[in-house]
Design a protein around this ligand. Structure first.
Ligand SMILES: NC(=O)c1ccc[n+]([C@@H]2O[C@H](COP(=O)([O-])OP(=O)(O)OC[C@H]3O[C@@H](n4cnc5c(N)ncnc54)[C@H](O)[C@@H]3O)[C@@H](O)[C@H]2O)c1
Length: 464
């Protein structure tokens, strides 16, 4: 039977989950504390950029199966299943800040009028689902497994491909402790079972750790190829040929072997730090992941430094076009984006910055000015420095060509398709200087040279 579902938090994960579960035929209420988000979503406009999301949102709103509200209590009381999809941002000490999860658990406890399955989708450190269970039990007086059940269902969607990932996941991980929870989850995910998606049933702790192990591994793989690219560059070798050959080995696989300016986003940076913090708390030295965190920060710094070097050793008074602000293509998310570090360094050194991103400008502007949810990710002091400079020397442009006008050099920070096919002839006409730093290796170096550019990529042999 179709279930009534409440999803607490309508960010990237909660919104896609709400829309997807409604599309499976469930009745879903998406809950967010922010009334502006709720109003926008009820009006049929997604609050995040994800390919295909608008269609799914509008279609499911029209059926009446999907609604959004800020009245969390009522939504919880009426639901059979409550998903937790609230944020778990990094705290200053590297631990995940669980205040949103704990507050949501308390409100579930306060509104536990009948049996419910509470499903944690947020990425939470091992032990958190037990804590959620305890909070609900204490607040409601109900017994776990009888009055309610807690399940862990970590989310693996990739921003930029979130809708596709929801409907075609590699696997569904489900940490459960009782048959009731299992039956409810089988019920709402029946559509995925029918297309033979693998289901991994395990205990709460295993499910929690699968998520961190997966993200820490991917972050390690990116960091590995970034350092290898730095080595290839110094040694006169070509990282693409190296990565392709490595990927031919079935044990390695070619995925996540693309060098760049360092990983960013809302997941890898915080989840790697949280793994280290969890290890510290449990007396296990996660030295490998600790080093990954360090090396990734270095990669962002190395990228900014290399840009300055390519621009002749200093950028004061020069104009630099920054193409791409989002942490990766097909998303408007700028959290921990390498572009933040790069723009900040350029501004610090006195450059004029002309920036463009197809989707990320508004969020970047918010991050820079230190307002709204994205502003919280920036060091307040850095935020202040950028904010001062921003008013004078940071200009957001309407497209890549506007950004290139009068620029002495350009850096490609995000691998948007529009930049892969950049019209270099037009770029050469618009720019004053002839420097390209392709921090994503999306351009053809030989072609760039033919148009008179000094080209540098990451770990690539300069065309001869
Ligand atoms: N973004 C991703 O690609 C991704 C992928 C997998 C897992 N995750 C994990 O999923 C979780 C959510 O991530 P996100 O990027 O969607 O977060 P987000 O910050 O974009 O959204 C969280 C939303 O929850 C709302 N909220 C907070 N407390 C609430 C409450 N008590 N009731 C209702 N709403 C509340 C906030 O207003 C916000 O809109 C995090 O733990 C994250 O690590 C994210």
């Amino acid at each position: 039977m179709a279930k009534k579902i409440a999803v607490l938090g309508t960010g990237y994960v909660g919104l896609v989950t709400s829309v997807g579960l409604a599309d499976f035929g469930n009745t879903v209420v998406g809950v967010d504390l922010r009334q502006d988000i709720v109003d926008t979503l009820n009006g049929g406009t997604p609050t995040i950029y994800e390919l295909g999301l608008e269609d799914y949102l509008q279609r499911n709103l029209a059926t009446g199966r999907l609604t959004f509200t800020s009245a969390g209590g009522a939504a919880i009381r009426e639901a059979d299943i409550v998903f937790l999809a609230v944020g778990t941002p990094p705290a200053a000490d590297g631990h995940a800040d669980l205040s949103q999860v704990e507050a949501a658990a308390r409100s579930i406890g306060e509104n536990l009028t009948a049996y419910k399955v509470v499903v944690t989708k947020s990425t939470v450190p091992v032990g958190t689902n037990r804590r959620v269970q305890q909070i609900i039990a204490e607040t409601s007086g109900a017994t776990p497994g009888e009055g309610f059940s807690v399940a862990s269902n970590p989310e693996f969607l990739r921003e930029g491909k979130a809708v596709q990932d929801f409907f075609h996941p590699d696997r569904i991980v489900l940490g459960v402790e009782d048959d009731n929870a299992r039956r409810y989850l089988e019920d709402i995910y029946r559509a995925l079972n029918l297309i033979q998606t693998p289901f991994v049933w395990c205990n709460l702790e295993t499910a929690e750790l699968i998520k961190y192990a997966s993200n820490a591994f991917l972050a390690t793989k990116i960091t590995f190829i970034n350092q290898m690219a730095n080595l290839a560059e110094a040694a006169g070798a070509d990282i693409h040929t190296i990565a392709r050959s490595m990927g031919m080995d079935g044990r390695i696989s070619p995925k996540f072997l693309h060098p760049g300016p360092g990983y960013g986003g809302s997941c890898f940076p915080k989840d790697t730090k949280a793994v280290v913090a969890t290890g510290d708390a449990l007396g296990v030295d996660m030295s490998l992941i600790r080093e990954v965190v360090h090396a990734n920060n270095e990669q962002k710094r190395i990228t900014a430094t290399k840009l300055v070097r390519l621009m002749g050793g200093g950028v004061a008074g020069k104009t630099v076009a920054v193409l791409g602000l989002a942490f990766k293509a097909e998303t408007d998310d700028v959290r921990e984006s390498p572009a933040i570090e790069i723009v900040q360094e350029l501004l610090r050194q006195g450059a004029q910055v002309r920036a463009f991103d197809p989707e990320g400008i508004e969020n970047f502007r918010t991050a820079v000015l230190g307002e709204g949810p994205f502003g919280g990710g920036l060091d307040p002091q850095l935020r202040g420095e950028i904010a001062d400079a921003a008013a004078q020397r940071l200009l957001y442009c309407q497209d890549e060509f506007a950004a290139l006008e009068g620029a002495d050099g350009m850096i490609i920070v995000t691998e948007w398709n529009a930049f892969r096919n950049l019209d270099l002839e037009r770029a050469a006409q618009l720019m004053t200087g002839r420097v390209i730093f392709d921090a994503r290796n999306v351009l053809d170096p030989a072609q760039a040279q033919r148009h008179g550019f000094t080209y540098a990529g990451v770990g690539r042999v300069a065309p001869g």
